[in-house]
Design a protein around this ligand. Sequence first.
Ligand SMILES: CC(C)(COP(=O)(O)OP(=O)(O)OC[C@H]1O[C@@H](n2cnc3c(N)ncnc32)[C@H](O)[C@@H]1OP(=O)(O)O)[C@@H](O)C(=O)NCCC(=O)NCCS
Length: 309
Amino acid sequence: MTSAEFDQRVEAVRRFSRFYTRQIGVLQEGLLRSPFSLTEARVVYELAHHEGTTATELGEELGLDAGYLSRILRGFHKRGLLAKERSQDDGRQTLLCLTRQGQEAFAKLNAASRDEIGAMLAELSEEEQGSLVDAMHTIEKLLGPGPEHRVPYILRPHQPGDMGWVVQRHGVLYAQEYGWDERFEALVAEIVADFIQRYDPRRERCWIAEKDGENVGSVFLVKKTKTVAKLRLLLVEPKARNLGIGSRLVDECVRFARLAGYRKISLWTNDVLHAARRIYEKTGFTVVDREAHHSFGHDLVGETWELKL
Ligand SMILES: CC(C)(COP(=O)(O)OP(=O)(O)OC[C@H]1O[C@@H](n2cnc3c(N)ncnc32)[C@H](O)[C@@H]1OP(=O)(O)O)[C@@H](O)C(=O)NCCC(=O)NCCS
């Protein structure tokens, strides 16, 4: 290739960069309506995807100057969006995670950004959308530092529509996987209705796991007594299993229960739920009671597990 040809390529890349910066600018105008600056939005996005990360990891991931990042994090902390916790593995490390308020702010930002990109894509035909996405993958593959570092799911608090989803998926999946009849679905409906009607946000919580914009998991932590919390309705969609989402949902419950001042978490399960038992066991729960029962059309063995906090 001659040097003139190479120069033409350089020009073409510069032209594309100018074009795309403008394009992104238009897309990000929406951010101006959100309470976040562009960089703050990137930080919130990373925090939502890497719960329990450190400021150093975050700075490396985003390529941000440590001083600048630390000002942003201080601001988030002041606005009640960020919680800091000492790492149990390494006491010198401070782990960062979004508070419930932070998760809610992220959920809004995420939905707005999805709508904006959706609107941009909707202007193109299906075929054109495919070409655009392929071209973007090519750019990312050629210029990127390697596979994008990202955990492919987020956890967020419940929002309208989630309780219906929880009931429906429990009904369908337990019927498919264990043959349980609709009485189980009815029980789940009662549990979630009770959760919403008596919800105590300081001491109770629901986490929904979302992957590629779809709900894929749930768990609830509810108040049993002043000192005992109950973990309920752990579920992960079959297509999202064995990625660590179930364990992460249980870990979140344990962490929240500690912060909320409970002394113990208790849960009820059945001995046929092998994957769940594995998670409870590795989180440190132990079986304290076993009882045969006939429910949902089957002879079952119920188990109560507990974790002292
Ligand atoms: C239980 C459940 C939530 C786990 O979700 P998940 O996202 O796949 O969980 P993870 O990926 O974090 O971990 C699954 C663990 O179970 C293990 N596992 C998977 N299938 C298993 C089986 N049949 N027997 C024993 N262990 C199993 C995995 O190896 C993994 O353990 P590891 O981390 O030590 O390798 C999911 O399987 C589910 O929704 N099951 C049906 C509903 C249910 O049982 N809920 C519990 C109500 S009490």
